[in-house]
Ligand binder design. Structure first.
Ligand code: AMP
Ligand code: GLY
Length: 435
């Protein structure tokens, strides 16, 4: 049954640009939901009531949601999903959009997701999981250079090293197993075959009744222009990706997403929420780099603006296993986003630097069919009302236009209107949009 209540109470958990995009999109629902941001950021507070509870504070979230009569909770980040927030809400009788703790292992444990892919015959890089340096190094030598070294667990996109030499590969293995750089996340390493090709992020809405692809997107993970420098949480994105045709998406659905959802079901796990497949399009077809159990950031900031169907109805349907009853439609436009970072991100973050944001951009609304919107990520309001930096990735500026070149131009002209000390952003986002 479609949601018919007017002004349903909907809470979004999280505080980044992805969650701002979720709040912004939900606010456009014809049902005019009463929105709550837990804990949110200053960009969201114009559209949603601020609830001062940390996204990791599961118990307080459940108690609050029950007392506030929340009709639906949409969980943004991976941490609360891996901790079992959706399970706790479901137990309390509160509909929630997002996978259960067990299903979220697809992202939280690379060892789990790799084993599942092996069982389901899903194309992915060859790999091994190790706790001992010697064994890891031995396996590495069977793969060749470049080779990929990953911390097993959640490391905010930064626990991956693509090593171009044996020395770098060995240093990465030692760093993760002996240096304890990622705490518990690094107590196991995954050593992986290097895949070459073009990367694409394919996100799906999934429930027990259907898997439905979103538009394909590409994010730019390296810190600097020319795809140089360390991996980050993501410095920009665009959607759709023209080379990822409907035929490619169909192949991804049939050879990757459906088999994985089925393999989970065979283990008694129903997946509900967003399943994000990070793919390499190789000469042998699409192969999985990683799964995420949630919307991608910054992909969400380019994919949601292109969604023509009411996100609130989709989230409601997924939480109730009724996705197959919906037709999901997309605008035929394109979107590009540029992440504005502060200080020396990704090495560190920036706090308390005043941000100058032009008023229209600050309002955070798409003016018409073409337009720009500023999603807040790491921002805070000082006591005197001044917007200041509060993180590494500070703002995501998205532009929607009729094609990608026009969206690139619009995103960069909007980025130029923002100012704060030590801000930086990549100048070449979407440079490879044709391939
Ligand atoms: P991940 O956190 O697993 O998405 O990895 C971060 C980035 O490292 C990816 O977006 C890729 O650019 C790169 N990467 C990870 N695994 C591989 C692989 N097996 N082959 C090539 N590049 C990879
Ligand atoms: N953009 C990659 C991620 O969300 O993990």
């Amino acid at each position: 049954m479609a949601l018919e209540t007017r002004h349903p109470r909907v809470a979004v958990i999280g505080q980044g640009a992805r969650e701002h995009a979720l709040v912004w999109k939900l606010a456009q629902s014809p049902l005019e939901p009463e929105l709550y941001a837990v804990p949110g950021n200053p960009g969201m507070w114009q559209l949603a009531k601020r609830v001062d509870i940390a996204s990791s504070d599961m118990e307080r979230i459940v108690v609050w949601a029950r007392e506030a009569g929340i009709d639906l909770v949409v969980v943004g980040p991976e941490g609360p999903l891996a901790d079992g927030l959706v399970d706790a809400l479901t137990d309390a009788g509160i509909p929630a959009f997002g996978p259960s703790r067990e299903a979220a292992q697809l992202e939280a444990s690379k060892a789990f997701s790799k084993a599942l892919m092996r069982d389901a015959n899903v194309p992915t890089a060859r790999f091994g999981v190790f706790t001992e340096v010697d064994k890891a190094l031995g396996f590495m030598r069977t793969l060749g250079i470049p080779v990929v070294v990953k911390a097993d667990g959640l490391a905010a996109g930064k626990g991956v090293v693509v090593a171009q030499s044996w020395a770098d590969a060995e240093a990465a293995v030692r760093d993760m197993l002996e240096g304890n750089r990622f705490g518990l996340s690094g107590s196991r390493v995954v050593i992986e075959e290097y895949l070459s090709g073009m990367e694409v992020s394919c996100m799906y809405f999934v429930d027990a009744s259907a898997v439905v692809p979103m538009l394909p997107a590409r994010d730019f993970k390296r810190a600097y222009d020319g795809d140089e420098g360390p991996n980050t949480g993501g410095m920009g994105a665009f959607a759709p990706v023209p080379s990822v045709t409907d035929a490619v998406i169909d192949r991804v659905t049939k050879t990757i997403v459906q088999p994985v959802v089925k393999a989970l079901r065979d283990r008694g796990i129903t997946y509900r929420g967003v399943l994000y497949a990070g793919l390499m399009i190789t000469d042998d077809g699409p192969k999985v780099i990683e799964f995420n159990a949630r919307f991608g950031d910054p992909e969400t900031e380019v994919v949601l603006p292109l969604l023509a169907t009411d996100l609130l109805q989709i989230a409601w349907a997924v939480a109730h296993d009724e996705l197959s009853t919906l037709a999901i439609e997309w605008r035929s436009d394109a979107a590009v986003c540029v992440v504005v970072a502060g200080g020396d991100y990704p090495a560190g973050s920036d706090h308390g630097t005043p941000i100058a944001l032009p008023t229209e951009a600050a309002a955070g609304h798409v003016a018409g069919r073409d337009g720009e919107v500023v999603f807040h990520a790491g921002t805070a309001l000082r006591d005197d009302g001044q917007l200041v930096t509060a993180g590494g990735r500070v703002l995501t500026i998205s532009a929607i236009a009729t094609d990608i070149p026009a969206a690139i131009a619009a995103a960069y002209s909007a980025a130029e209107t923002v100012q704060f000390e030590r801000m930086h952003y990549r100048r070449d986002i979407a440079h490879n949009w044709r391939v």
